[in-house]
Write a protein that binds this ligand. Structure first.
Ligand SMILES: [Zn+2]
Length: 359
């Protein structure tokens, strides 16, 4: 009889599920409960393409739409925009951020989130930046009081905007600083344009003390976007980044500089999941600093715990429990927490590990 059978509470899956974690790449909108979307749509008289509780099942369905003839299909960013349209006032932003933190703690034991949100999409629905910021801060503080866990927020530039629009958005952000809003990111469709057009916005962010991160080399099949994000945007870490592997010189630089890559084993079409697991394995084998995150857990129906479990037992990665617990502790170093809070989290996670995993 295996050790896991003798003591199910200590089998590898159970340990990974219960282990404390941080989630450094997670979109606020990608975590909204479908029930909340339905209630907010009703509150603001917004018509969704189908009932909210059915909507998520049709995101990025496989096989691809041109090849199938069964049922509706919605691209991820289309549903993302539908959800954004339902958040109109401070109370909505507070509710959603509170629920994200509550769910992360309950499902994954996520002790710290860095929640990305995209102001320019909400501007399109008439929401002011201060409304979003105040709502997020209210939700983060309420969850902190109720559950004793921390969260921060990252303002994301929509790369489908122009550089001027991004700069104007950052000016609003720095004119209304909030302690919980700690960084700027870059998201949406990577093939829409090169990251260098957002250099002004990122330089302003750096000058005003905001951290920097960016989705890069996720869809663009070259490593150049990683280099541009590091050099022109001053990014301290990279979101996704799998295509960095296309240039060994960039890989060597990122390894030598200890650049963190926030990867997510899923959150793409199922057909590419195996490729992504293989890429993450190669990134680790190349000595890159990798953290595991959830991205859009509600939309894909795949939690941070499931990402860890897939990294443990998935076809193509197969990390053992020790390697995954190493990743969960080291991820704290990649966070935008200050060094005092990082040290506190490292101590807390290490003590849990010693008590439950024996090392
Ligand atoms: Zn993302």
């Amino acid at each position: 009889m295996s050790a896991a059978r003798q003591n199910p509470a200590n089998d590898s899956g159970s340990l990974l599920r219960r282990a404390p974690k941080v989630d450094l790449h997670v979109h606020l909108i990608g975590c909204v409960r479908s029930g909340t979307v339905g209630e907010l749509a009703k509150k603001h008289n917004i018509e969704l393409p189908m009932p909210a509780n059915e909507l998520y099942e049709h995101i990025n369905s496989d096989p691809l739409p041109e090849e199938h003839d069964h049922g509706p299909w919605f691209g991820l960013l289309r549903v993302y925009d539908d959800i954004c349209a339902c958040l109109r006032d401070q109370e909505d932003f507070a509710r959603v951020s509170y629920e994200v933190i509550e769910d992360g703690l309950r499902i994954n034991n996520t002790r710290y989130h860095e929640l990305a949100f995209s102001p320019s999409v909400h501007f399109g629905h008439g929401v002011r930046y201060r409304t979003m910021a105040d709502g997020l801060v209210e939700g983060i503080r309420a969850a902190g009081t109720d559950y004793g866990v921390r969260a921060s927020a990252i303002v994301a530039v929509d790369r489908e905007d122009t550089g001027d629009v991004a700069r104007a958005m950052l000016e609003e952000v720095v004119a209304y600083p909030r302690e919980e809003i700690v960084g700027v990111g870059l998201d949406y469709e990577e093939t829409a344009g090169p990251p260098e057009q957002f250099a002004d916005a990122f330089v302003l962010a750096k000058r005003r003390g905001l951290h920097r991160t960016a989705h890069a080399a996720e869809h663009d099949p070259w490593a150049r976007n990683v280099t541009t994000c590091l050099d022109a945007l001053g990014c301290e870490r990279i979101d996704h980044g799998y295509h960095v592997l296309s240039d060994r010189r960039v890989v060597a630089r990122c390894r030598d500089e200890g650049i963190p890559f926030n990867v997510i084993p899923t959150t793409s079409r199922r057909a590419t999941r195996k490729w992504r697991l293989g890429a993450i394995r190669e990134m680790l084998a190349s000595g890159l600093f990798v953290t595991i995150n959830s991205d859009d857990p509600a939309l894909f129906g795949f939690s941070l715990n499931q990402e860890y479990l897939l990294a443990h037992a998935g076809d193509g990665l197969d990390l053992n429990v020790d390697e995954l617990l190493d990743i969960s502790v080291r991820a704290i170093e990649a966070s935008f927490l200050d060094h005092v809070d990082r040290a506190k989290y490292v101590r807390e996670f290490t003590e849990w590990r010693q008590a439950h995993a024996g090392r």
